[in-house]
Design a protein around this ligand. Sequence first.
Ligand SMILES: *Cc1c(COP(=O)(O)O)cnc(C)c1O
Length: 455
Amino acid sequence: MTQIIKYQLNESDMPRQWYNIVADMPNKPAPALHPGTGQPAGPQDFAPLFPMNLIEQEVSTQRWIDIPEPVLAIYAQWRPSPLYRARRFEQALGTPAKIYFKYEGVSPSGSHKTNTAVAQAYYNKLAGTKRITTETGAGQWGSALSYACNIFGIPLKVYMVKVSFEQKPYRKNMMQIYGAEVVPSPTNATNAGRAILAQDPNSMGSLGIAISEAVEDAAPREDTKYTLGSVLNHVLLHQTIIGLEAQKQFKMAGDYPDVVIGCCGGGSNFAGIASPFLADKFAGKQVRLVGVEPTACPTLTKGHFHYDFGDAVCTTPLMPMYTLGHDFAPAGIHAGGLRYHGMAPIISQLKKDNLIEAYAYNQIECFQDAITFARAEGIIPAPESSHAIRHVVVEAQRAKEEGKERVILFNLSGHGHFDMSAYDKYLAGAIEDVPLPQSSLDASWEKIKGLPKVA
Ligand SMILES: *Cc1c(COP(=O)(O)O)cnc(C)c1O
């Protein structure tokens, strides 16, 4: 053996507990608020949407939470996921930095989302849920949940953001293969969808709108629950297996990261890789955590830390988070999974407390770096993940300028095999960086200014 390229744990080394960062946060996220009363929302307020076992995880402050055996058994299909040392990428960049990446594209649906999809389907099955609704942006969450619901025999209806439904027909097919029903959102079948279409008949949808539709479908029905692929505490919890494995793999490598990087849509894959390293940071270790978002939807870098609705038509509890305003409509960039107006309350609080950093990049520079990465490492990244890669390149170049070795870890949250139409456009020079005028940010902020401030 010459140089080691991948650090692969055995199945028996898989972490058997998730890490709940809330237990160790110096300031806990503020509670969600009931949209009617403005009072802290209790478990009962979430009960129409989620089974009680997941609500318990949502509000838990217990540091370690056991991963159920049936979930571990399904995880074993693709976990532990490999940690790679990206030696050819380092060479291509001519950097003294050591670049490692955790590859979540090995999951059956091709992204990290499968980690929480399996857990959520399992807990719903246990609670007797007969039907599930959800939204999907780029289609990654919808396909992960379709895979998981199929395993547990739960019928699933997916509201898919229309721009992605049209850009990514094969994601739709993937969900159908796993047995789910998929509709383009906004639809005419819900009040939320009809309200949006009345304003804009050509609406290409947004995650916020699709969430409204899936929630409206589930809330009044006894037999139906709703699931979310990001943002909520229990979703971030399920993703921590990524960082926990990475820590074990870094031990194998005899190394430790100076900086841990992940792209941020709702914040779950970033939280998944970053949280266990943040625990080290809380214990005094030097490590930087960096979330990366698109300039077209700059929630952490240009949003406000404020209470806001999680959906577009104001039906969810108010969440304490960085937000661009619930009716902010991001440009139709190709990283569909990063087009969400808010950020997970956990990630938002960590940013507010300066425990993490955030940067935003344009999509063209992200595609460029994704292609450099693909040519070096062979893996074609999801456009979402390419945002993390963009910042890896920035860190690697800085290391070069400073002549310093620097250990970089990033989460390659998914592969881009279903994003070929985006790459096709990029290769044809037909992708644009859409400017985001301050006036548009101001307009959506105006609409939420009157909502409660986070104390
Ligand atoms: C959904 C998705 C994201 C963004 O969601 P987070 O909750 O922020 O992780 C990032 N990468 C991929 C591949 C995705 O599918």
